[in-house]
Design a protein around this ligand. Structure first.
Ligand SMILES: Nc1ncnc2c1ncn2[C@@H]1O[C@H](COP(=O)(O)OP(=O)(O)OP(=O)(O)O)[C@@H](O)[C@H]1O
Length: 614
């Protein structure tokens, strides 16, 4: 499966992500890294100091510590013992203090950075054209914003520190070994190309596997999201077993990707340990022969027990980081794959939202479609085909037509969710493509087919329709009254403070629609777009809502999409769409008189109403 987000990422996705979201706090990161580095280096000093002390006390060697003037080193045995002990304690205290500073700064940096990633990536995604979501499954996007950001969380919270610990421990141990015996240290260095080659090979194997894991997880999430969103339909079609099977297939693919990763990583640690163990064995053999018989092979000079014992200790200290190297590389590749997706999302273009463009102060605008044609991205079928319309200021237009005729798409174009492929739409004489989308949309009231409600209270849901979500309690109540919602809202457990949405009270389809209408009108919009806004309410409630709305729509330009023709029969103008083409237009009376497709539809519906009433 190809990953459509990651393809926009560059070669260094983690660095790019830090550059994009974590630049402001880079000094904090620098302090964190320096403190951790120095802290680990000092934490390894004790054995070196003790080794020097042993040689000074028992082998008549000078206590020669780099950068320490000999004048401050005491000569008496007891004084030297106290001096060495004081040095060990002092380095321990400094090391622990710096470790505290390092951890604190790391924690702070990581949390601030991840907050920026989370909010920044979300803001980017909500700014995308809707066509982005036509091309990408929502579950996959959620997976990038949630799973991948959590993966980055684990990486920055645990693995970055662990990597610094591993690298610093290896480098520091090597420096101490060099101070103890340069020749033996260089011999240990011979293992580096073997280890580097081995781990480089593993890391190249791991990267595509980690990419697969992220992609499969995104697919799994997308499937879960769709299935749980349509649980009622699944049950109605007794499709539970089919859906479970589809989920099992997706889960199996995800499991296979994880297992491939596991197989790689369990081979890496033992091989690293084997190389480290072999070198330890070589050094022990060389060291023992050196001390007892004399320098073996190409070695020369002297080696004391006070040097060999700390040397072996440092060599041993290199083993745990080497053992963990596989896990660290794996974690790094996982974070890189996550950063590719998050960074790839952020790097995408294609936004028709925003403030760019001319500011227009709408006043019951006239609207015209001039030869407008449109096909959804990735398709070549025109769903709007050469549409010409002239809508007078402040009039109400009813858009009717069969399912899939392009009615909702016409409203989407008017909201500038998409730009026409051909022709232009003019609102109040201005080309819509030149108008700044956000300020424009603030002056448009829109009720979608699904009556989407936000996670929040009734009050917040209605107020969201006003610019900046800023509407007085009085305005919210008035909008609810106009939409025929005030009465049932007052009967809810907490009235206007009742929580709705995912965690809140469940409303009927008709109640949701009435709240969506309240939200559309609360901001006093000059252009109103209703897409099947009253399809779920009974005819009597619809009549009441329409009476209330009459005042509001009277002096605003209003588009009403409806299947139920009685909803739009009083519109100033009716437009009939068929396969994206306007086939008829006029008032209800004119179209009935004309006897075309509208008249047929009307007769069917009147007949259906009459039949239902019988
Ligand atoms: N996001 C999309 N990507 C591709 N094609 C789409 C998309 N949305 C709608 N279409 C197609 O465009 C055509 C018009 O759809 P639209 O929703 O505008 O019709 P409609 O008249 O509002 O239908 P309905 O009355 O069922 O709501 C349909 O053929 C539909 O399949």
């Amino acid at each position: 499966m190809t990953d459509a987000f990651a393809d926009r990422a560059d070669d260094y996705p983690l660095v790019s992500l830090v550059d994009r979201y974590g630049r402001a706090d880079l000094p904090l990161l620098l302090v964190a890294m320096t403190s951790t580095f120095v802290s680990i280096f000092l934490s390894l000093a004790d054995v070196y100091l003790i080794g020097l002390g042993i040689d000074a006390l028992f082998n008549d060697q000078p206590f020669a510590l780099p950068l320490l003037p000999q004048s401050v080193v005491p000569t008496g045995t007891i004084d030297l013992l106290v001096f060495v002990t004081a040095l060990v304690v002092a380095t321990g205290i400094v090391s622990h203090s710096l470790s505290f500073v390092g951890e604190y700064c790391f924690g702070l940096y990581t949390q601030r950075f991840l907050h920026e990633v989370r909010t920044g990536a979300f803001s980017t995604v909500v700014g995308f054209d809707l066509s982005f979501f036509d091309e990408h499954r929502t579950g996959n996007v959620i997976s990038a914003l949630n799973d991948d950001v959590n993966q980055l969380d684990t990486f920055f919270n645990k693995l970055v520190e662990a990597s610094i610990w591993a690298v610093t421990t290896i480098v520091s141990a090597f420096v101490y070994m060099g101070l103890l015996n340069v020749q033996l240290a260089l011999f240990v260095l011979l293992s580096a190309p073997v280890l580097a080659g081995l781990n480089h090979w593993f890391s190249r194997q791991v990267e595509p596997v980690q990419d697969d894991i992220r992609t499969e997880r995104g697919g799994l999430n997308a499937l879960l999201e769709t299935a749980l969103g349509g649980l009622d339909v699944i049950k109605a079609n007794t499709a539970e077993a089919d859906e479970s099977r589809r989920l099992a297939d997706a889960s199996r693919e995800y499991t296979d990707a994880r297992l491939a990763n596991r197989r790689l990583s369990i081979r890496q640690a033992p091989l690293n340990r084997l190389v480290a163990g072999l070198w330890l064995l070589f050094v022990v053999a060389i060291g023992v022969q050196w001390i007892t018989v004399g320098p073996p092979l190409f070695f020369s000079g002297t080696l004391t027990a006070g040097e060999l014992v700390p040397f072996l200790f440092y060599l041993e200290r290199m083993t745990p980081p080497l053992k963990n190297l596989g896990g660290l590389i794996n974690g790094y590749k996982g974070a890189k794959a996550a950063a590719k997706r998050v960074g790839g999302l952020a790097a995408r273009e294609g936004r028709t939202g925003g403030q760019d463009g001319a500011a227009v102060d709408l006043d019951a605008p006239d609207v015209s479609f001039e030869g407008v044609s449109f096909a959804y991205p990735g398709t070549d079928q025109r769903v709007i085909d050469g549409v010409d319309l002239d809508i007078a200021p402040g009039s109400t237009v009813g858009i009717v037509g069969t399912t899939g005729a392009g009615k909702s798409t016409l409203l989407d174009l008017l909201l500038r969710y998409h730009d026409p492929d051909e022709g232009r739409i003019a609102v109040q004489g201005r080309d819509l493509a030149d108008i700044a989308p956000e300020p424009y949309r603030e002056q448009v009231g829109y009720v979608d087919q699904d009556s989407f409600l936000f996670d929040g209270t009734v009050r917040e849901n209605v107020a969201a329709g006003a610019p900046g979500g800023d509407a007085s309690d009085e305005a919210v109540r008035e909008a609810a009254r106009v939409a025929g919602a005030d009465e049932f809202v007052r009967d809810l457990p907490d009235g206007y403070d009742t929580e709705l949405g995912a965690q809140g009270t469940t409303l009927s389809g008709g109640q949701r629609q009435r709240l969506a209408i309240a939200r559309a009108v609360v901001g006093d919009p000059e252009l109103l777009l209703f897409d099947e806004a009253t399809s779920h309410v009974d005819t009597e409630t619809e009549r009441v809502v329409q009476e209330h709305l009459a005042d509001i729509t009277a002096d605003r330009t209003t588009f009403v999409v409806a299947h139920r023709l009685s909803t739009v029969r009083h519109a100033d103008q009716l437009v009939v769409l068929e396969d994206g083409v306007v086939t008829e237009s006029g008032t209800h009376e004119e179209l009935v008189e004309k006897g075309g497709s509208y008249a047929k539809l009307w007769n069917v519906q009147v007949g259906a109403v009459a039949a239902a009433g019988d």
